[in-house]
Design a protein around this ligand. Structure first.
Ligand SMILES: *[C@@H]1O[C@H](CO)[C@@H](O)[C@H](O)[C@H]1NC(C)=O
Ligand SMILES: *[C@@H]1O[C@H](CO)[C@@H](O)[C@H](O)[C@H]1NC(C)=O
Ligand SMILES: *[C@@H]1O[C@H](CO)[C@@H](O)[C@H](O)[C@H]1NC(C)=O
Ligand SMILES: *[C@@H]1O[C@H](CO)[C@@H](O)[C@H](O)[C@H]1NC(C)=O
Length: 434
C-alpha cells in the first residue's frame, strides 16, 4: 500500500476507514497469489428463473474483476426492446451502483426488498456496474490492480461494455444512455467519450445515445468556489464564515493552478472541515439537514492521512451504511450465487478511494467539451439542495479560465418524493440542457 506514509501502519488507516483487520489480513494473503480468477473477458451469467435479470463478472484486467447486474425493462405495455438501456454509475469513487443506485435510488426493489413505487425500470432496462474495480461486489486480487486515474477507470469500463454488448446482442440497436451521480459523473464523461470513439471505430456495436451527468464532479474547483456564496445566500454562513470558506477555496484554486493535485485534495477536505465548523455540520447532500458526523471520531488523531479518512467517511461510507451492507452481504449475495465467498460487498471501497487520491480534483471540463463537439447528447442535472456539487457551481464562471460556452440553465419539471436521485433531498432538479 504505497499511499500509506512510512510512519503510519496501514492497518490503522484501514481500521479508520471502517475495515476490519481480519479482512485486511485476508486481503494480504490473497494478494500474494498471482493468477486470474476468471480468464480475461470471460462472462459468467446466471439468469434466475424468470430471466428478467442477469448478472456476472468481467475480468477487465489481470486481477481486476468487475461486477454488473442487468434488469430488463418491465413496462406493462412495452417490450424491453422498445425501451432504452440505461447504465447507472455511482459516485465515491468506491460507491456501489448495484447496491446504492439499485436498492436506494432507482431499482425495482428498495432496501427492504419491497417494490419501489417509482422505478426507472418502468421506462428502461437498467445496467448497474460496480466501478472502479473494487467497488461493491467488484474486486481486485492484487493491490496494484486498483485504478489510480480516470484513464484506467475508463478503459476498464470500455472493456466491460465491449464484453457486455458482445454477449447481449439484443441490446445492440437499443438506445444506450449512461446516467451517473457525483464522482460517477466524472467517470461517465470519460467513458462516454471513449465509447463514442469505440462506436465510431466499430469496436463496440451499440447505439450510444447520450450521457447524463447528475450532480457531477466534473469541475471540482467551480464547486468548491461556490460553496461559500451558496451557504451564505441561505444564511448558513455569516460574514466571518464566508470569509473563512472563501480563503480556503482560494487555497484550493492556488494548488490546482500549480497542478498540485494531492495538495488540492488535502485542501478540499480542509474546506469541508471549515464548512462543517462554521455551519455546525451541514449535510453536504442536503443543506436543510445536519450530518451525523462520523468524521469527528477521528478528527483529533494525529494522522497524516486523516483528510482521506474524512473524505472517505463523507463521500463513500455514507453510501454503504449498515442496513444496505447487511442486505448486500446477506440475501443478495445468496441470490447472486457467484460472489466469491471472501469478497465482501464494499470491503475494498476504502482502497478504491485512496488509490484515486491524485485524481479527485482534476476537472473533466475539456472532455465534456469534446463530447459536445462530437455531437453527443449531454444532459447535466442537479439536486437543488446538494452542496457538494451545487447548482451555482455548474456555471463555470469563476474557477475556469475558459468562457462559459455550454451552460444554459433550464429548469425542468421533475418531482418524485420516492426517489432521492442525486443527493439534495427530494428529487426536484434543475436541468441544464446542453
Ligand atoms: C421482445 O423483444 C425481443 C427482442 O426483440 C423478442 O425476442 C421477444 O419475442 C419480444 N417479446 C414480446 C413479448 O414481444
Ligand atoms: C407507495 O404507494 C403506496 C400506494 O399508493 C403508498 O401508500 C405509499 O405511501 C407509497 N410509498 C412511498 C414511499 O411513497
Ligand atoms: C481473488 O479474490 C477473490 C475475492 O477475494 C477470491 O475469492 C479469489 O480466490 C482470488 N483469486 C486468486 C487467484 O487469488
Ligand atoms: C454564469 O456565468 C456567466 C459568465 O461569467 C455570467 O455572465 C452569468 O451571469 C452567470 N450566471 C449565473 C446565473 O450566475
Amino acid at each position: 500500500m504505497e499511499l500509506a506514509p512510512r510512519n503510519c501502519p496501514v492497518p490503522l488507516l484501514l481500521l479508520l476507514l471502517g475495515l476490519s483487520t481480519e479482512w485486511y489480513l485476508r486481503k494480504e494473503k490473497v494478494s500474494q497469489l498471482g493468477s486470474c480468477y476468471v480468464s480475461k473477458g470471460a462472462v459468467i451469467s446466471q439468469p434466475p428463473e424468470d430471466s428478467k435479470e442477469v448478472w456476472g463478472y468481467v475480468t477487465v484486467r489481470k486481477d481486476a474483476h468487475m461486477f454488473w447486474w442487468l434488469y430488463y425493462a418491465t413496462s406493462s405495455h412495452k417490450n424491453f426492446s422498445e425501451l432504452p438501456l440505461i447504465m447507472w454509475l455511482q459516485g465515491g469513487p468506491g460507491g456501489s451502483s448495484t447496491g446504492f443506485g439499485n436498492f436506494e435510488e432507482i431499482g425495482p426493489l428498495d432496501r427492504n426488498l419491497q417494490p419501489r413505487n417509482t422505478t426507472w425500470l418502468q421506462s428502461a432496462s437498467l445496467l448497474f456496474v460496480d466501478n472502479p474495480v473494487g467497488a461493491g461486489f467488484s474486486y481486485v486480487n492484487k493491490t496494484d490492480a486498483y485504478a489510480r486515474d480516470l484513464a484506467t477507470v475508463v478503459s476498464d469500463m470500455i472493456f466491460l461494455l465491449k464484453s457486455f454488448f458482445d454477449f447481449h446482442k439484443e441490446f445492440e440497436r437499443i438506445p444506450f444512455y449512461i446516467f451517473s451521480e457525483s464522482y460517477g459523473g466524472k467517470m461517465a464523461a470519460g467513458i462516454a467519450l471513449e465509447l463514442y470513439k469505440a462506436v465510431q471505430q466499430k469496436t463496440i456495436q451499440c447505439n450510444f445515445a447520450g450521457v447524463a451527468l447528475g450532480d457531477a464532479w466534473i469541475s471540482p474547483i467551480d464547486s468548491v468556489l461556490s460553496w461559500g456564496p451558496y451557504l451564505y445566500s441561505v444564511s448558513l454562513l455569516d460574514d466571518q464564515g464566508l470569509a473563512e470558506v472563501s480563503n480556503v477555496a482560494e487555497e484550493v484554486l492556488d494548488a490546482l493552478s500549480k497542478e498540485l493535485y494531492q495538495e488540492a485534495t488535502r485542501l478540499w477536505e480542509k474546506a469541508e472541515m471549515v464548512i462543517e465548523q462554521n455551519t455546525d455540520g451541514v449535510n453536504f447532500y442536503n443543506i436543510l439537514t445536519k450530518s451525523s458526523s462520523v468524521s469527528r471520531v477521528v478528527s483529533n488523531l494525529e494522522f497524516t492521512q486523516k483528510h482521506l479518512v474524512h473524505l472517505f467517511q463523507r463521500h463513500v461510507r455514507q453510501l454503504q451504511q449498515d442496513p444496505l451492507s447487511q442486505l448486500m452481504n446477506g440475501p443478495i449475495r445468496k441470490k447472486l450465487r457467484i460472489i466469491p465467498e471472501d469478497c465482501i460487498w464494499g470491503g475494498q471501497a476504502p482502497i478504491v478511494f485512496l488509490n484515486m487520491e491524485g485524481d479527485f480534483m482534476k476537472p473533466v471540463i475539456s472532455i465534456v467539451d469534446e463530447l459536445l463537439e462530437a455531437g453527443v447528447s449531454v444532459t447535466v442535472y442537479n439536486g437543488q439542495l446538494d452542496l457538494i456539487v451545487d447548482t451555482m457551481g455548474r456555471n463555470r464562471s469563476e474557477g475556469s479560465e475558459e468562457a462559459v460556452s455550454w451552460m444554459e440553465l433550464a429548469p425542468c419539471s421533475g418531482e418524485g418524493s420516492d426517489i432521492d436521485v442525486a443527493g439534495g433531498g427530494p428529487f426536484s432538479v434543475t436541468c441544464i440542457h446542453l
